[in-house]
Design a protein around this ligand. Structure first.
Ligand code: MN3
Length: 198
């Protein structure tokens, strides 16, 4: 049984960049619906009891309903952990070095990440991921899709569905993604994921 994870901080801890109202809806309602539907759809699917990453990869393009809800559950659980109060500060050394190597500079990475998120048409996500070749890349993905189905390791994730920012930023997706990068990212968690992928 999938369960809605608790937020790793109070729902008002990211204000003014992300409001308690956004968490009430986005975590309390949207994420909960994905969890409930995933639990219903996994019944009889043949994926019962399998590790979630295996369910995501296995259901991609073969069981779209299950994939959408299980992947959205995983994506959101990672997204909550990708943020922290007073986030967006210094990047831990090893990860900072690799970002500078693969993007030219940290600023160049941030610009690419924001541009990919802004350029993702409709609903989706923007990621920093490590490819199977060991290179860091940013990527935008539609709907529930994530780097796991492209054999890449997700390092950092930002939700660019309208429900992620409409309460706090209205239609201004670029302002939201910039605030995410500058004021909300939990770089220590991204560095943990980077170390595990390396
Ligand atoms: Mn969402």
């Amino acid at each position: 049984m999938y369960e809605l994870p608790q937020l790793p901080y109070a729902k008002d801890a990211l204000e003014p960049y992300m409001s308690a109202e956004t968490f009430d809806y986005h975590h309390g309602k949207h994420h909960q619906v994905y969890v409930t539907k995933a639990n219903n759809l996994i019944e009889g699917s043949g994926f019962e009891g399998k590790p979630i990453e295996e369910v995501i990869k296995g259901s991609y393009q073969s069981n779209q309903g299950l994939f959408n809800n299980v992947a959205q559950h995983w994506n959101h659980a990672e997204y909550w952990k990708a943020m922290k109060p007073n986030g967006g500060g210094a990047i831990p050394g090893e990860l900072e070095k690799k970002i500078a190597e693969d993007f030219g500079s940290v600023d160049a990475f941030k610009e690419t990440f924001v541009n990919d998120g802004v350029g993702q048409f409709g609903s989706g996500w923007v990621w920093l991921a490590m490819t199977s070749g060991g290179k860091l890349e940013t990527m935008g993905t539609p709907n529930a899709e994530n780097p796991l189905v492209h054999d890449a390791h997700p390092i950092l994730i930002c939700d660019v569905w309208e429900h992620a920012y409409y309460v706090d930023y209205r239609n201004k997706r670029p302002d939201f993604i910039k605030a995410f990068i500058d004021n909300m990212v939990n770089w220590e968690y991204a560095a943990e994921r980077f170390a595990a992928a390396s």
